[in-house]
Design a protein around this ligand. Sequence first.
Ligand SMILES: CSC[C@H]1O[C@@H](n2cnc3c(O)ncnc32)[C@H](O)[C@@H]1O
Ligand SMILES: [Zn+2]
Length: 434
Amino acid sequence: MPTLHIANGRVLHPDHSVTESDVLVDQSTGTIESVADPDPDPDTDPAETLDAEGGLVIPGLINAHGHAAMALLRGYADDKPLDAWLQEDIWPAEGELTAEDIRIGTELAAVEMIRTGTTGFADMYFEEPHVAGVVEASGLRAMLGHGFVSVGKDPEDARADMEKSVNFADQYDNLGGGRISTAVMPHSLTTVNEELLCDAVERAREVDVPVHIHANETTDEVDPIVDERGVRPLEYAEEIGLLEDGDFLAHCVHVDDEEIERLADSEATAVHCPASNAKLASGIAPVQAMLDAGITVGLGTDGAASNNDLDMFDEIRDAAMLGKLGAEDAAAVPASAAVRMATEGSAAALGFDAGRVEAGATADLAVVDLDAAHLTPEHDLVSHLAYAASGQDVRHTVCDGQVLMEDQEIQTMDAEAVKERAEEQAADLVERVA
Ligand SMILES: CSC[C@H]1O[C@@H](n2cnc3c(O)ncnc32)[C@H](O)[C@@H]1O
Ligand SMILES: [Zn+2]
């Protein structure tokens, strides 16, 4: 049975204590076998050893909301609010997207994620079988879904798109050696009509997958629901069968106290996307209030066109910073809470048995190199993870026991070729849109 030995480093434990420990990974099951004192006399084959000397072994970071292929649209349209950005720039460009664009954009995202210590992600987009192919080849873990809207569409086409989302979720769940899971993914509570939303939720229950949706991202999404229905969006969400166990809501920026209580009383989770919310000036989510209410909160980048990177270390920092600003309290969203969102919180939102370095957990790990001026001195390593480290400090990335990056060299993909191809494909896309 192959064993991977992550040796000579320190380990961030689930209680956020740090000790000098070795991590043994059972590669046949993809799980952590043990986290133990370093063996002074290891008889391990060095070929199966990852050197973590001077490094900190942390749970692989989990990006719980995004649109991976939008990496191809990074920098394509900036400095606009959500509605104008989508309608004037993004949706016209997406109208020209081919399956090949999406495959290459997702490959580009995968390279960036592996390079920056992300081992798992959620994806709501189009051509998801191609996204699944990239997940399989890259070695990452993912929760995938075909996103659909009904606005501006012929009702029959919109229904067919919803059925496509259900069929993809049904057929691809638990593929990729268990690294792929799926959800039905209606775009939002305002871009999918009530009849289709109800049917999508019912069909998701039938095929036994959760539902992922954008919710309460901007006031433009909240006000029409309040005006037309006389209820807040999350009450509407519950009425149509949402907020069940496994369902996860992206954003939750404009949630009032009653909605926070409703979410806390449900089994659903929230995914905070602080950078995207700031860039699109959508608002600041009341994250500390959601955590205080007992809501499980994960962390996501959203697409690279509204972020503009997929580095989860940035997201952790933004969550802590914006959490303080939003609450007008420097003690809000402390470093530890922000790190937990990107690990345990996101893992719980996506149903991954990951997000912690502990025997029995899935071996989804990253090793952060601490030997850097910006990570010196070492008063508090959790503080460093939240406020000072970046994805560029990641030395090794491991998912499901497989080494995806060793000494900053991606093992499962040709990073240079992916970048070159993405540059060409993006230029081609822009020509097609013009
Ligand atoms: C129907 S697939 C997903 C759909 O969502 C769009 N999108 C990207 N970022 C956001 C965001 O922050 N809020 C809402 N929708 C977003 C993406 O471009 C696709 O069209
Ligand atoms: Zn999104």
